[in-house]
Design a protein around this ligand. Structure first.
Ligand code: FES
Length: 88
């Protein structure tokens, strides 16, 4: 399947509507939409985003429907509610 053959998926990130592609991870869909900041650090409020992109570092935590997940390993779904950050 080519990237162009995949269907569109619409979800929300921090209240903003974002369009991704079927099979994208949350991180890749947000990156492609020009949104590289996934959360802020708890100590300094510094922007945090993708680091390892393979589920190891936990830099990409977001909340999906109230559950903390890694954006780099979670596939987007239609209507998904994603919020920056999460509980480490
Ligand atoms: S970027 Fe490292 S766990 Fe997601």
């Amino acid at each position: 399947m080519t990237a162009d053959a995949r269907g569109a998926v619409t979800f929300r990130f921090g209240g903003r509507e974002v369009r991704g592609r079927e099979g994208d991870t949350i991180a890749m869909a947000l990156w492609a939409a020009g949104e590289p900041v996934l959360r802020r650090s708890s100590s300094l409020g510094a922007p945090r985003g993708l680091f390892c992109n393979m589920g190891v570092c936990y830099e990409c935590l977001v909340a999906v429907d109230g559950r903390t997940v890694r954006a780099c390993t979670t596939v987007v779904r239609e209507g998904m509610q994603v919020e920056p950050g999460g509980r480490p």
